[in-house]
Design a protein. Structure first.
Length: 336
């Protein structure tokens, strides 16, 4: 195995100079640095990660918390998969690799992160949102950033979900809809999005002088379209006087589409529908689904920027919000 001492003999520079060149540390003439790197590549040098971790106390690894919490989407989730992809592109440019952390073993997230000696952690979709799951990260001051769940003490980058809920309601109201139902994803600690979108919806009703009707609200037990189908069936058997329904996600909206097809209902003639996520299928389903596109690239870029600042010892904002883009398609009918 080629060592820095072999490279030092080959180039004529000291081993400390070679080390600075290969690790990108210290003050060094750029021509010297490039010459050493070129020789190292020609000799087939590969850094000893374990040794580097012991000497620098850095592993150049970023832990990823990404568990499928009942959504049954895995890496196909339209938001989380794109955040992970863009984050990986950015973080690898900074010289870091990703390693997945889980709670599937007896280890907690923090214990797993410590075991893998990661330098920081991005929390994309955890198995649960209990504060105890993340207390170790906060107490030990490990650089962390969250993109889905609000955790006290950890910087978070989220879509402006409340504005999305508000905009969805406002759009329907301006189309003449006054009886608007809401099909919510599970309102638990895994994601704040369903509650935030509901709050935005309620605010829009107040601003336009409409009353919130609890009887037109239904919560799916699960995040998938099967849970949505069951929840919407419960709603439709209870009430049929609504003219539109807002769904927390496109995947829930697809469950409503399935129910409508099986029961001879027409979208948007019998009722209009709006989703959230801009799932790949939303532009192909009939009628195409009006929805919101979350800015995954922006969320990922901000997450990487905050992670780099935290790793360098700089402070980070507690919360940043990214606006979702409204995508108007064919699933909403004007009543005016």
């Amino acid at each position: 195995m080629v060592t820095i001492y072999d490279i030092a003999r080959k180039t004529g520079f000291s081993s400390s100079t070679v080390s600075r060149a290969l690790t990108g540390t210290g003050t060094l003439n750029e021509n010297t640095r490039q010459k050493i790197i070129q020789v190292a590549n020609e000799m087939g040098y590969e850094p000893n990660i374990s040794a580097r971790t012991l000497s620098t106390k850095k592993s150049n690894l970023i832990g990823v918390i990404y568990d499928d919490t009942g959504m049954n989407r895995g890496f196909a989730h339209p938001l989380f998969s794109e955040i992970l992809t863009h984050f990986r592109e950015q973080i690898e440019c900074a010289g870091y690799d990703l390693v997945f952390l889980s709670r599937h073993s007896k280890l907690s997230y923090f214990a797993h992160a410590s075991y893998r000696s990661v330098d920081g952690v991005i929390i994309i979709n955890p198995a649960s949102g209990e504060p105890s799951d993340f207390s170790g990260f906060v107490e030990k001051g490990m650089p962390c950033v969250s993109t889905n769940i609000i955790i006290e003490g950890i910087p978070t980058i989220l879509t402006d979900n409340e504005k999305g809920g508000y905009d969805a309601a406002e759009y329907l109201i301006k189309k003449g809809h006054k009886k608007i139902a809401v099909l919510s994803a599970p309102r638990n600690r895994i994601s704040s999005a369903p509650n935030e979108r509901l709050q935005g919806f309620k605010k829009a009703l107040r601003d336009y002088g409409l009353e919130y009707d609890e009887g037109l609200f239904v919560e799916s037990e699960f995040w998938d379209k099967h849970g949505a189908y069951a929840a919407f069936e419960k709603l439709y058997k209870r009430r049929q006087d609504f003219t539109a329904v807002i769904c927390s996600t496109d995947w829930l909206a697809f469950g409503v589409y399935e129910y409508a097809e099986k029961h001879g209902l027409s979208i948007p003639d019998d009722f209009s529908i709006i989703g959230f996520d801009d799932d790949y299928a939303s532009s192909y389903i009939y009628p195409t689904l009006t929805t919101f596109h979350q800015d995954s690239e922006r969320i990922a870029d901000l997450s990487c920027e905050i992670m780099m600042n935290l790793l360098a010892g700089f402070p980070a904002p507690k919360m940043l919000r990214c606006e979702a883009k409204f995508i108007e398609r064919k699933s909403v009918k004007s009543l005016l």
